[in-house]
Design a protein around this ligand. Structure first.
Ligand SMILES: [Ca+2]
Ligand SMILES: [Ca+2]
Ligand SMILES: [Ca+2]
Length: 213
């Protein structure tokens, strides 16, 4: 196959190799300065910084966003009128795309008052725990912080997904609070797809330069 006849084929191959990030995640970076697109319960808000919850030295610096100027903050405390905070969003995405987000957990309490932090993803036929801290078997040291961490998860099916973040106060009303921070939530093509896409686009460019196309 030579000349113009192979153009549709090559363009088709490149389009196949370059999957669009088809997802309807809304306000994944919280840059609207509010929780537009998200559902929340308890003490949850958008902020540009949080003071660390470290009751004994060393005192960590303030928490700041990993993307843009804002992130979501979930407080475990029950001194604000609740003892659980949740943040969730439902979105549609194709199989093979990658859910990605950043989170931190600042455990501000002491044993045995294990304030928990959990991230889960649920779809019509399954679910997965993306991270968990201070649940049984996952206890942190007193006052320990989990620094900003990037989670990436390849979506197994084309489906409707619900992403949930939850933090709960361990015990004893009025005990110290902990904070779960979330930022930069997005659905992106898998790295392998991006690589193949790059190769495909480069091949088309090369062939055009050589006059093959
Ligand atoms: Ca942000
Ligand atoms: Ca801490
Ligand atoms: Ca607590």
């Amino acid at each position: 196959m030579k000349g113009n006849k192979c153009i549709p084929l090559l363009v088709g191959v490149v389009l196949f190799l370059c999957p669009a990030a088809q997802s309807n995640i809304t306000n994944g970076g919280f840059e609207t300065t509010d929780l537009t697109g998200w559902t929340s319960t308890g003490t949850v808000f958008v902020t540009d910084f949080e003071m660390s919850r470290d009751v004994v030295p060393p005192i960590a610096p303030d928490w700041t966003p990993t993307e843009g100027s804002y992130f979501a903050s979930l407080w475990s405390t029950d001194t604000m009128g609740t003892d659980v905070a949740t943040l969730s969003q439902t979105f549609i995405a194709n199989a093979g795309l990658v859910l990605q987000f950043d989170y931190f957990f600042d455990f501000g309490d002491i044993a045995p008052y294990y304030d928990t932090a959990v991230g889960t993803l649920t779809w019509s036929t399954g679910s997965v725990t993306l991270f968990e801290h201070n649940t049984p078997g996952h206890e942190l040291a007193e006052d320990e912080n989990v620094d900003w961490t990037r989670i990436s998860y390849v979506l197994p099916v084309s489906d409707t997904y619900t992403l949930d973040f939850t933090t709960t106060d361990g015990a004893v009303p009025g005990s110290y609070e902990s904070i779960l921070g979330v930022d930069n939530v997005q659905v992106i093509p898998a790295p392998a797809a991006i690589l193949l896409c790059t190769i495909g686009v480069s091949l088309v460019s090369l062939l055009r330069r050589r006059g093959t196309l």
